[in-house]
Ligand binder design. Structure first.
Ligand code: NAP
Length: 289
């Protein structure tokens, strides 16, 4: 059966809308600044979707568009201004940045209390320590997908394919932490016999960035499969000239899995929903106690 990420994300967006309107009634309109450098088509479409979602939920959107050849100094000054702006509760720098930028330096310049993407070392450190923080949106969204689909994680074998700082590593931490209580294996390109490892998974999360990273025979019958990948495949029958596919061979694995997320319409909408939720959380934290 497919997990309907669009529907679950819509439910969360309704909750966010209610929470945002509650904050407005108390004098605080949540605000999100999204900074985009350059005009990478995928980044433009992600940023546009995030800004539209803000407006639909009653969150003020502060779009910041800068040319690709912006200097590091200008970008740092822009972030510093937003750090000081009381109308802005969340700041997001769309990644990847154009070549030449020190992404970690830019992320560190965001005030941790406005780090709604959860990529700041302070946010990631708190996540490691099991403290309340902004959790990176994609893995946070996957935990919500599992919870709202009735998937029990405690005592289950979870396998995460991919060890990026924004998806794989925080995903493994979230699944292993107290309360979630899964037994987690984290795989990467040096993992030997990937299929033998993934076949042990009750819950398989794939964030590798390549189509067909996981194929038939690499999934245990009845497993829950979460496909994080977003890959553009040339397709002349589509107006855009491409279509999106995930990292797993969906057609072959859907009949084997008990639950599976489609691409698109699975994890993607959840990432945006969690960004909105983090923005409302950041705004709520500014209310007097
Ligand atoms: P990334 O930074 O490129 O990391 C990919 C990870 O996968 C690396 O750790 C790499 O291992 C591992 N990997 C790659 N091929 C593998 C293979 N054949 N076997 C085992 N491990 C393999 O990617 P990311 O940022 O985590 O993103 C992963 C995918 O998720 C991308 O398609 C991205 O577009 C998508 N994504 C989607 C959302 C969403 O909202 N839906 C959000 C974020 C990302 P090494 O470390 O050894 O290189």
């Amino acid at each position: 059966m497919r997990i309907d990420g669009k529907q679950i994300a819509a439910d969360i967006r309704a909750e966010v809308t209610a929470a945002a309107s509650g904050l407005v009634a108390r004098g605080v309109r949540p605000g999100l600044a999204v900074i985009l450098l350059g005009d990478n088509p995928a980044s433009v479409s992600y940023v546009t979707a995030k800004e539209r979602a803000c407006v639909e939920c009653g969150i003020a959107s502060f779009p910041v568009r800068l040319p690709a050849d912006t200097s590091e100094q200008t970008l740092l000054e822009t972030i510093s201004r937003l750090n000081e702006d009381p109308r802005v509760h969340g700041i997001l720098v769309q990644l990847p940045l154009p070549r030449g930028f020190d992404e970690q330096k830019i992320i560190r310049s965001i005030a941790p209390e406005k780090d709604v993407d959860g990529f700041h070392p302070i946010s990631l450190g708190k996540l490691l320590l099991g403290q309340d923080t902004f959790v990176p949106c994609t893995p946070a969204g996957i935990m919500e997908l599992l919870r709202r689909s009735g998937v029990e994680t405690a005592g289950k074998r979870a396998v995460v394919v991919g060890r990026s700082n924004i998806v794989g590593k925080p995903m493994a931490l979230l699944l292993a932490r107290k309360g979630a209580d899964a037994t987690v294996t984290l795989c990467h390109t040096a993992t030997k016999d990937l299929g033998a490892v993934t076949r042990e998974a009750d819950i398989l999360i794939v964030a590798a960035g390549h189509p067909h990273t996981i194929v038939a025979g690499q999934v245990k019958p009845g497993a829950v499969v979460i496909d994080v990948g977003v890959n553009r495949i040339p397709d002349a029958t589509k107006k855009a000239g491409f279509r999106l596919v995930g990292d797993v061979d969906f057609e072959a694995i859907e009949p084997v899995a008990s639950l599976i997320t489609p691409v698109p319409g699975g994890v993607g909408p959840m990432t945006i929903a969690m960004l909105l939720r983090n923005t409302v959380k950041a705004a709520a934290a500014t209310l007097p106690a």
